[in-house]
Design a protein around this ligand. Structure first.
Ligand code: MRU
Length: 340
């Protein structure tokens, strides 16, 4: 399975919204198609949407007709604006946009800039792949043979366009021959755990147990969980971490049970422009994702529902952040500056 593949004039992605029932690939040739795929979560996961936005910028730039530099820059800004307006929480989108803008600021003519943007998109993809490979290897050192490991949401190759972050660690530890008892939370409301993590673990031959989000405390109390490992959508300079809704609950629970809580993320997920994690914008999604499951209403007509897609975990609950440049141990604040 290749989650995301650059075909020079278009981007091929696996449609994550149809997994695990159907393996359908989409070929996206316009930047608007890529923006729509990110917004509708055909492609999702912080590093993966960053990579897709890089290719989206390249496709958008290549479709611009003018050779006039000013006009080109104006149209390119619209392309980038469209791509970054898709999802607000994962910093990867904004990082990629900044990189692409920098590349576009140099170059003697439009053709040269177009080529440089495409090269940059390929480079971003390659870097994410390498970073997630390193994270998987480094993180696996924290997992002992026989460990019970709980993970949340989906952080595998699908979410990263690479090896995976938290799930990459689990899959790599399994490949090393460690026998793990993996607990996967279903991750309501969109069930990325039940749909995508379960699918990826099955593909990788890693045994796992699916639990509802509300069962985590029960299994921790029974002593079945030796560590929790999750990904991240944005980490502020103080180490406070935005990740899929429910992460904060798991971190507090892990703390109450004396269980290590790890965040695995590439350094591109760290946003030094934010002093506090509470400055991270939290995406509010449609209440229908809560009142309905698979399009079927489960709550009475007229029910008010809230749907914040992410939450913030304060750094005091995080035992360590696993990055491609090293493991940042608690307390995180200063350590983050050293690694990134
Ligand atoms: O809303 P999603 O499915 O894009 O959210 C994904 C997550 O929260 C992941 O945990 C996160 O992106 C980590 S990336 C490997």
């Amino acid at each position: 399975m290749i989650a995301i593949e650059w075909l020079c004039d278009r981007l091929k992605i696996i449609d994550q919204s149809r997994l695990p029932h159907e393996e359908v690939y989409l070929e996206l040739s316009g930047y608007q198609d890529i923006a729509r795929a990110i917004r509708d979560m055909n492609i999702r996961g912080a590093p993966a949407i960053g990579v897709a936005a890089g290719y989206g910028t390249a496709l958008g730039a290549n479709a611009i007709k003018t050779t006039d530099m000013n006009q080109f820059q104006k149209e390119l800004s619209e392309v980038i604006e469209t791509l970054v307006s898709t999802r607000p929480t994962a910093v990867n989108l904004f990082r990629v946009a900044e990189r692409m803008k920098k590349v576009a600021a140099f170059g003697k003519d439009v053709e040269e800039i177009k080529k440089a943007l495409t090269d940059e998109a390929v480079k971003i993809h390659f870097e994410e792949e390498k970073a997630t490979e390193k994270i998987s290897h480094l993180g696996a050192e924290l997992l002992n043979d026989g460990f019970g490991v709980l993970t949340h949401c989906n952080t595998g190759p699908l979410a990263t366009a690479g090896h995976g972050t938290a799930l990459g660690v689990i899959i790599y530890a399994h490949r090393q021959g460690k026998k793990l008892r993996v607990f996967v939370t279903e991750t309501r409301p969109r069930c990325q755990g039940a749909k995508l993590t379960a699918w990826e673990l099955k593909q990788a031959g890693v045994p796992f147990t699916l639990i509802t989000d509300s069962m985590a405390g029960y299994f921790m109390k029974r002593g079945e969980i030796d560590c929790v490992i999750v990904g991240a959508d944005r980490i502020a300079a103080n180490g406070y971490t935005a990740n899929k809704i429910g992460t904060y609950t798991l971190a507090v629970l892990a703390n109450a049970h004396g269980i290590p809580f790890y965040v695995a993320a590439p350094t591109t997920t760290i946003d030094f422009s934010l002093i506090s994690g509470y400055q991270i914008p939290i995406e509010e999604r449609s209440p229908e994702e809560v009142t309905h499951i698979q399009g079927m209403r489960i709550a009475p007509e007229g029910t008010q529902a809230a749907n914040p897609a992410f939450d913030i975990t304060p750094s005091q609950y995080i035992t360590a952040i696993i990055t491609e440049k090293g493991i940042i141990k608690h307390p995180l604040g200063e350590g983050i500056g050293r690694v990134a």
